[in-house]
Ligand binder design. Structure first.
Ligand SMILES: NC(=O)c1ccc[n+]([C@@H]2O[C@H](COP(=O)([O-])OP(=O)(O)OC[C@H]3O[C@@H](n4cnc5c(N)ncnc54)[C@H](O)[C@@H]3O)[C@@H](O)[C@H]2O)c1
Ligand SMILES: [Zn+2]
Length: 371
């Protein structure tokens, strides 16, 4: 199965997203690209966990068929998503004489994808790259749409570029190796996408939660495909986030602030789940959705092993962190609210008091414990 993503009218950024259950069709996909990738040098960029799982297999497929294949590995984790790692990658590319005609492959989760994409966007003023996403989060979200970047100082994704991949090759069988917590972190982005754009898909997720939790291949494939359809439809209309692409940030204003507040000890999707619940709470308090909608949305994170409450937070500090988010232009936060399940809207009038009330709602305190 495959999907094509033309992200502007001239198809300038057109690329395929292919769904497979192994790596066996990778070379065929290369051959379908308009230039011969087999004539090029390839550098696979990956992290220390993914290296052990899939690097050899990929090397064995590519090495006999391409001019030269090399690999660069960095330590797994968000702590590596910074300019130091980028600098080491540049040095490696220069030493190995990777030039503008050559290719990078991002083999890994969102951290590898964002960092490799950023190297590709900036090295020699831009070279091509391919995404081979290996986490659910990367398959449903970060590998699609061309946002690349790294964290800078305490600011998340502060330095980056829009740079579209030439191909996104998904081997869905890699999800079987993914630790449960990582898998469910990706589910937060799936639920987010359904909530902002597709109420029917949201119902489908509820009805299929058991199969999704069991990682049944056919159901997972449909789930990833439909989530990508949502992102694709938004990104095609607004590739550079001048308008509606901001909808994809549902749950992210407070989600990012919680992530920062907790020093990245919680996973991205776990924080996004809490951010979605807060945004749904504000939507309820503004009478955009009903209380039943709110409680149903909140409780649907539970079967997907995502948190709906959080302990030991200082809500005021989290609210102040939302103001240092790069998405806060001129002190005006583009907050995403829900008009109904399946319809997100951009709102620039959400106040600190509303965010505070939402955070107090999810804050699990000692009094709650005694009650
Ligand atoms: N560019 C975008 O549009 C976009 C969108 C959403 C998130 N993001 C970024 O994505 C990042 C989070 O991505 P992530 O959750 O994939 O994190 P990650 O890349 O750190 O991967 C999570 C962990 O899983 C390991 N792993 C990867 N594939 C595996 C596999 N198949 N089996 C076992 N372990 C595996 C990794 O080594 C890592 O330890 C954040 O930095 C976030 O900012 C970017
Ligand atoms: Zn996200």
């Amino acid at each position: 199965m495959s999907q094509r993503l033309p992200v502007n009218k001239n198809n300038k950024f057109c690329y395929d997203i292919v769904y497979e259950h192994d790596f066996s069709r990778l070379l065929e996909e290369f051959d379908q690209m308009e230039f011969n990738i087999r004539d090029k040098k390839i550098c696979i960029i990956t992290d220390s966990n993914v290296e052990k799982l899939y690097l050899n297999e990929l090397m064995n497929i590519l090495t006999p068929n391409c001019v030269k294949v090399i690999s660069f590995t960095f330590g797994a984790g968000e702590e590596s998503k910074n300019l130091d790692t980028v600098q080491k990658a540049y040095e490696f590319l220069i030493q190995n004489k990777i030039n503008r005609q050559d290719f990078l492959i991002a083999l890994g989760g969102g951290v590898v994808g964002d960092l490799t994409g950023f190297c590709a966007a900036t090295y020699l003023r831009g070279i091509d790259f391919i995404q081979i996403p290996t986490t659910l989060l990367a398959q449903v979200d970060s590998s699609i749409g061309g946002k690349t970047g790294v964290d800078f100082s305490q600011y998340k994704n502060m330095v980056g570029a829009f740079h579209m991949p030439r191909l996104v090759y998904m081997n869905l069988s890699v999800l079987k190796d993914l630790p449960g917590r990582q898998y469910f972190s990706g589910m937060a982005e799936v639920l987010k996408s359904a909530l902002i754009k597709d109420g029917k898909f949201y119902e489908w997720l509820i009805n299929n939660f058991y199969e999704i939790c069991q990682r049944e291949p056919e159901i997972i494939e449909e789930m990833i495909f439909r989530t990508n359809e949502i992102k694709k439809s938004i990104v095609e209309k607004d590739p550079f986030e001048k308008g509606d692409r901001a909808l994809l940030n549902f749950g992210h204003t407070l989600g990012h602030a919680i992530e920062k507040y907790k020093n990245f000890e919680m996973l991205h999707g776990e924080c996004v789940a809490l951010g979605c619940i807060c945004a749904a709470f504000i939507s309820w308090k503004r009478d955009l959705i009903t209380s039943d909608d709110y409680y149903e949305i909140r409780d649907m994170f539970v079967p997907f092993c995502l948190p709906i409450t959080i302990e030991d937070i200082d809500p005021e500090q989290i609210v102040s962190l939302t103001h240092s988010d790069k998405k806060a232009d001129n002190h005006c936060i583009k907050f995403i609210l829900l008009k109904k399940v399946g319809k997100g809207i951009i709102d620039t009038t959400v106040t600190d008091e509303e965010m505070l009330a939402a955070l107090n709602e999810i804050h699990f305190t000692e009094e709650d414990m005694k009650a």
